[in-house]
Ligand binder design. Structure first.
Ligand code: HEM
Length: 455
């Protein structure tokens, strides 16, 4: 068993890894909607296992699936929509109705079990237990009451009104980012990359401003963030990653409680500073929130923006319609997030026996709710495999749903749409080398690298 997979907010998992390790591994599932599920699937236990459904269990880790998981997801939806995968020790839930219901099922917990820690050698335990404890404080890896309590401190900072108040800052940073990218394209078109020269710098800039990170502190904070992300999806054999993440968590705690909070700038200092001072909130919880917002504000945001730009450039007709104002930018963003969401699943563990699609799932097992597969389910989205920005806003699951629904969803939508408009104003004739654009092999998330401009 290995540490937390990189689950959303942030980040993604090797199927046989786990959230910190748990994420992709063992399932459980949930309740009341079973009737709805059966009605939806209309299959009943036996039928769920169409003879063709004898998917090769190793397929989930095949290079072709890591390069592009969508054909595999389509096979899962057709042949084995609630798939037990022995090699990774998890259930994979592929259809929209099941994933949609699973995201609100209280019997599907986000917190990982102690199973991993119990399986470690003393040396591994010494390195990994503190890191697991740190990640266990993250909202996305915890359950009520802790998760809800921390969320209640933050909610006000992410309302539509709060995000609207950030409008001028986001506009300004988007214009700056588009300008920097414009100069990079002018200087060396083939060398300019939408992810590295536009999307990620824009995401870093905005989240650092929101969190009160001073410009000269940015590179150090990003180094800590990278060390933490480097642990997600790692294995107990990679103890150097655990040690690096442990050190980063300690240094980040000193920085957040010793510099950011006393300075009183940024949404974490504002939302959690008084609680920390009053001893109502632990320093480790303040840092865990800070780290989750930092990583949540960078990777999926960058992927979401670059993914929208790439999807439009791959559909010249739709790009032209957006540029003519026939398709709202916000609709293109929604469709890109539906069609290829930055995070492909929400990791859960069953806290009770339950049935999904006629499959009996036992308490303690892991359930991988495949958001990216659900988003292409033809039962919910006709012609779901096709990118179609004229579809308009649809109830996709790229931001999850229910108790763990992405706290940054309004902010992310605003940021990506604003950056898309700024890019169009700055480079109305931009062309991308879509043939050279690539997805990096990955299970659990979309990694676009490179996305180069065209001469
Ligand atoms: C396109 C960009 C983004 C995507 C696709 C995304 C996706 C997600 C998903 C799927 C979840 C739920 C995971 C689950 O149910 O296990 C989530 C949770 C979360 N996201 Fe995002 N996210 C994005 C941007 C952001 C931003 C910009 C922030 C904040 C700066 C953020 C902060 C959070 C937090 C705090 C949670 C945990 C909520 C909880 O567990 O209560 N996200 N995100």
């Amino acid at each position: 068993m290995s540490p937390r997979p990189a689950a959303p907010a942030h980040a993604g998992p090797a199927p046989d890894a786990g959230p910190a390790h748990e994420a992709a591994l063992s399932p459980d599932a949930a309740p009341a909607h079973e009737a709805a599920l059966d009605a939806d699937t209309a299959l009943g236990p036996q039928a769920a296992l169409d003879p063709e459904a004898a998917l090769d269990p190793e397929e989930i880790r095949a290079p072709a699936v890591l390069a592009d998981p969508y054909p595999f997801f389509a096979r899962l939806r057709r042949h084995d929509p609630v798939h037990w995968n022995a090699p990774t020790g998890a259930w994979y839930v592929a259809r929209y109705a099941d994933v949609y219901a699973g995201l609100t099922d209280p019997r599907l917990a986000a917190a990982s079990s102690d199973e991993l820690l119990a399986s470690l050698t003393p040396e591994q335990y010494e390195a990994m237990a503190p890191v697991e404890e740190f990640f266990g404080r993250w909202l996305v890896f915890s359950d009520p009451p802790h998760q809800l309590r921390m969320r209640s401190f933050l909610r006000q900072a992410f309302t539509p009104a709060a995000v609207a108040a950030l409008g001028p800052l986001i506009d300004e940073r988007a214009a700056d980012a588009a300008d920097v990218f414009g100069r990079a394209v002018a200087a060396d078109p083939a060398g300019a990359d939408v992810v590295e020269d536009l999307a990620r710098p824009f995401a870093v800039d905005v989240v650092c401003a929101l969190l009160g990170i001073a410009p000269d502190e940015k590179s150090q904070v990003l180094a800590w963030s990278d060390a933490l992300m480097g642990y997600l999806g790692s294995t107990p054999e990679e103890l150097h990653r655990a040690y690096a993440a442990g050190a980063a968590a300690d240094e980040l705690t000193a920085y957040v409680t010793g510099t950011v909070v006393p300075r009183g700038e940024g949404l974490v200092a504002e939302a959690l500073g008084p609680g920390l001072a009053a001893g109502e909130v632990a320093a480790e919880d303040v840092t865990a929130v800070f780290a989750q917002l930092l990583t949540g504000g960078i990777e999926p945001l960058g992927t979401g923006l670059a993914g929208t730009v790439l999807a439009l450039h791959r559909s010249p007709g739709q790009l032209a319609a957006v540029r003519r104002g026939e398709i709202p930018h916000a609709h293109a963003v929604e469709e890109a997030l539906r069609h290829d969401p930055p995070f492909h699943f929400a990791p859960r563990r069953a806290s009770a026996d339950l049935t999904v699609g006629g499959r009996e799932i036992r308490r303690g097992q892991r359930v991988v709710l495949l958001l990216a597969s659900a988003n292409r389910d033809e039962r919910q989205f006709p012609d779901g495999e096709r990118f179609d920005a004229r579809r308009g806003p649809v109830p996709h699951l790229a931001f999850g749903r229910g108790g763990h629904f992405c706290l940054g969803a309004v902010l992310a939508r605003t940021q990506i749409t604003t950056a898309l408009r700024a890019l169009e104003r700055r480079l109305p004739e931009l062309r991308l080398d879509v043939a050279a654009a690539r997805r990096a092999p990955s299970f659990g998330k979309t990694i676009l690298r490179p996305v180069p401009a065209l001469i």
